[in-house]
Design a protein around this ligand. Structure first.
Ligand code: SF4
Length: 334
């Protein structure tokens, strides 16, 4: 059994109707941020979730933890249906399922000391007395490369990388098994990114953690993931072992992402694929294959029929009508 099993998970929000919608009498619109996502994360692995900004990756991460209440679908963690848990049990489950946020500036309360920020989960879950909490917090702070002497400082007294270490300490202090890493390095300088990635890998190895690692940077995902899920406009379009997806990407969207990073993968030719237009709005997603408005391989069927997800190799699947034709946007890829 996988540690985490997500089945047909959706998160829709009520959106503001556009002028055109209002003129045509439409008073309510839906933002389909996440639409029928299914995935599994095995114990001890890193599943990388890749996609453009606005594709629904972060919403998916938050819906898995029920920080955003899912509209539909199921999340089963270690055999427990998280989506069905009443509030007290959900709170207890949150001790085991944590999140590291993207922005180390916005995610820390500027009026709280590091001791208060990192120690908050201990108090929330009743895991330690006040005196014990300070000792536990000090230990975790040192584990992430900070010093116990910094416990009474405020977030503004730290650099960006140090603040992200505080965010990591806050996620670790309740001794979780699973962490959603929501773009944890994208707000940091490149040199600091490498340090934080090394720290996250070290913690995973030493503490036996499992990560859902969200990023828009396929080099980062390729470097640290065991498996990859590629997301486009609220849906997973390809998933598989990292080597299979990076060396032999089957979905045209994955191919376009990889074409921008020539050093990743070994079997692909170089050459940038430039997609036309922007990511469509989840307020008004295209019918058929959601990628058809930008896909250089689109045919008539793509505009009306949503492709099914099909197995294309061991543990490797993709959703595209043209899989059997062996086409690729990457010259000499296969
Ligand atoms: Fe492109 Fe059609 Fe495949 Fe969608 S189904 S990725 S539009 S070829």
């Amino acid at each position: 059994m996988s540690l985490l099993e997500v089945t047909d998970l959706s998160k829709h929000y009520a959106g503001r109707p556009s002028l055109g919608d209002r003129l045509s009498g439409k008073r309510r619109t839906l933002v389909r941020a996440v639409n029928g996502v299914s995935l599994a994360v095995e114990r001890g692995e890193i599943l990388g979730l890749i996609g453009e900004s606005g594709c629904g990756k972060s919403t998916l991460g938050r819906a898995i933890l029920r920080l955003h209440e899912p509209t539909d679908g199921r999340v089963v963690f270690d055999g427990t249906d998280v989506t069905a848990l009443p509030a007290p049990e959900l709170k207890a489950m949150r001790r085991r399922m944590q999140i590291i946020f993207q922005d180390p500036y916005a995610s820390l309360n500027p009026r709280r000391t590091v001791a208060e920020i990192v120690g908050l989960p201990l108090a929330l879950h009743g895991l330690a007395s006040r005196e014990e909490a300070r000792a536990v917090t000090a230990r975790v702070l040192e584990r992430v490369g900070l010093r116990a002497a910094q416990l009474d400082r405020y977030p503004h007294q730290f650099s960006g990388g140090q603040r992200q270490r505080i965010g990591i300490a806050r996620a670790l202090v309740s001794n979780p098994e699973f962490i959603v890493c929501d773009e944890p390095v994208s707000a940091l300088d490149v040199s600091i990114q490498a340090q934080i990635i090394a720290l996250l890998l070290e913690l995973k190895r030493d503490l036996g953690l499992t990560y859902l690692f969200i990023s828009h940077d396929i080099s980062v995902i390729g470097y640290l993931s065991d498996r990859v899920a590629v997301m486009y406009l609220g849906e997973i379009v390809e998933t598989g072992p990292v080597a299979a997806v990076l060396d032999n990407p089957r979905h045209p969207y994955t191919q376009s992402l990889l074409s921008a990073v020539p050093e990743i993968g070994t079997k692909r030719a170089r050459g940038r694929v430039r997609l036309q237009g922007d990511l469509p709005s989840p307020l008004n997603p295209p019918p058929g294959c959601k990628f058809h408005t930008r896909c250089p391989l689109a045919v008539a069927a793509c505009r009306t029929l949503a492709p099914e997800t099909r197995t294309v190799g061991p543990g490797h699947s993709a959703a595209c009508h043209r899989l059997d034709e062996g086409l690729s946007l990457l010259e000499g890829a296969r």
